[in-house]
Design a protein around this ligand. Structure first.
Ligand SMILES: NC(=O)c1ccc[n+]([C@@H]2O[C@H](COP(=O)([O-])OP(=O)(O)OC[C@H]3O[C@@H](n4cnc5c(N)ncnc54)[C@H](OP(=O)(O)O)[C@@H]3O)[C@@H](O)[C@H]2O)c1
Length: 337
């Protein structure tokens, strides 16, 4: 009998948070490999806010996941069978391998072979899309420089915690915004941020006035909404707003609240730029080399939070929206990983 694969397939598009009806857990035989293909045994899934974006009806930067299709998602695993020279047995591979226990790569799905010695969890965090998003967002998009006053929302999350630390390394004065006192304590005490605002219990505009009396030079936006508006209202001259994501809108079926302080971009001659980490794929080695240097120097740390079991991936996704994660959220698919 053929070996079996378990997959989470999109059953219906959610309204708001995902629920029990959003995905079907399906058992299906692992297909025979064709020439040029390899079979990857999944170790970890990367749980990302963009997973929620991909199951919306409307297209974004990638087409929506179709009903009945395996849920799209970043993952890492090991090649366990191969008919491909590019993916030898034993190679660690990462890519959009999907929410499943095994993935066939080499034809429709491609993977990137990971250099020896990088822990699988780090492949999805500091050396994966989170690290690269933080790095290229802070450098290429925000043009962070010595002396900048930097505000980072989603500060205790995966991208935000890395972006804020990079802001410090690049010589900035960094203020985080996060949803609990524990998260604020972590980014200030452990990660070296200069201050942190709890947006659930504090008055964000007033605190920004206190903490950034001369305005904000760089706003690294992970959340959008009212926090973006508060930052726009306080831009310094020639500020840069790096639009990384707008998690406050991903579960919503309504149009986002209006942005009131847009004109400040004009009066301060500032630049607001959206970016996608996918556009930096050919520069990942450059980002990884810098991140490795900073980690070895002890100046950059990355944290992972792990949920066990493929079947718990939907609940894990919701944790991103309730603030249940600190650092990078991963699902361990292989209990032995
Ligand atoms: N542009 C790109 O290429 C790219 C690549 C990767 C990620 N991103 C974006 O980067 C952002 C962060 O992603 P991540 O993977 O690092 O996730 P994450 O920050 O690890 O997790 C999401 C965090 O967002 C916070 N949050 C949730 N709802 C919120 C709301 N309504 N208002 C304010 N904060 C809220 C929660 O923390 P609290 O407890 O603080 O609320 C939660 O922990 C997302 O917007 C994502 O789409 C963009």
């Amino acid at each position: 009998m053929a070996a079996m694969n378990r997959q989470l397939r999109l059953a219906q598009r959610p309204v708001g948070m995902v629920d029990d009806a959003t995905f079907d857990l399906v058992e299906t035989p692992i297909p025979e490999l064709a020439g040029g293909e390899a079979l990857v045994k999944m170790a970890y899934l990367s749980i990302d806010p963009t997973n929620r974006v991909w199951i919306r009806e409307e297209p974004s930067y990638l087409p929506p996941v179709g009903i009945g299709e395996v849920m799209r998602g970043g993952a890492v695993g090991t090649v366990v069978e191969s008919r491909s020279d590019a993916y030898p047995v034993g190679a660690v591979v990462t890519g959009l391998l999907g929410w499943q226990e095994h993935a066939v790569i080499g034809t429709e799905t491609l993977g990137r072979v990971v250099p020896d010695g990088v822990p699988m969890t780090a492949v999805l965090n500091a050396f994966g899309s989170s690290g690269m998003t933080a790095y290229f967002g802070m450098t290429d998009v925000a043009h962070t420089k010595e002396g900048d006053v930097i505000v980072v929302s989603g500060a205790a999350g995966s991208v935000g915690s890395l972006a804020g630390q990079m802001g410090k390394i690049l010589g900035g004065h960094v203020i985080g915004i996060a949803g609990t006192d524990e998260k604020c304590a972590w980014v200030t005490n452990d990660l070296g941020f200069d201050a942190c605002i709890n947006y659930k219990t504090e008055d964000v505009p007033r605190r920004l006035d206190e903490l950034c009396p001369n305005g904000i030079d760089v706003y690294f936006d992970n959340v959008g909404g009212a926090i973006l508006d508060a930052a726009l209202a306080r831009l310094a001259l020639n500020a840069r707003v790096a639009v990384c994501g707008t998690i406050s809108t991903y579960n919503s079926t309504d149009l986002p609240d209006p942005i009131h302080f847009y004109f400040n971009l004009v009066s301060t001659r500032s630049r607001m730029e959206g970016f996608l980490v996918l556009d930096y794929l050919d520069r990942f080695d450059e980002g990884a080399a810098k991140i490795l240097e900073w980690m070895l120097d002890g100046r950059l740390q990355a944290k992972e939070q792990i949920v066990d079991g493929l079947e718990h991936a939907p609940e894990a996704l919701n944790m991103l929206f309730t603030g249940g994660n600190t650092g990078k959220l991963l699902v361990r698919v292989d209990p032995e990983a």
